[in-house]
Design a protein around this ligand. Sequence first.
Ligand SMILES: [Cu+2]
Length: 163
Amino acid sequence: MKLHTLLATTLICSAGLLGLGLAPAARAAGETAANATTHAADTLSISNGWVRWLPNGLPQAGYLTLTNNGDQPVDLLGASSPDFGDVMLHQSIGSGSTMRMVMVDKLTIPAHGKVDISPGGYHLMLMTATHPVAPGGTVQMVLKFSNGKTLTTALPVRSAGGQ
Ligand SMILES: [Cu+2]
């Protein structure tokens, strides 16, 4: 039954692997991030959030950008959603037929920097929807951080092509 296991893994991975290869894991945004943010008091902010919907009950993937305007790095420690039984942070590694994904315990957002959770790199793996989720809808996402803060955001659901 080894073959079955491999096949299942490949299918599950497809949610995270539809992107354009290995994205930069993290990059400091410096002045750009600082200028783009209007709420100086908010150390952390979320932007560009969306969920990629896949047909046939395949796992869906959540994407967003985390910006840290503080002077200290902050770790994303976990995520959950009332719309899914389980949410995991994954990273896609490799390219082409050798591409696979691994669990990520924490994701560090550098001081005055940002991290893109985007196709081909990191993704929030959404497992076991608690109700039907389809393009046009939204998914609630709760993110937990090492500074004790929790951020909640609503991610619009789009089709596999990102529309
Ligand atoms: Cu994944």
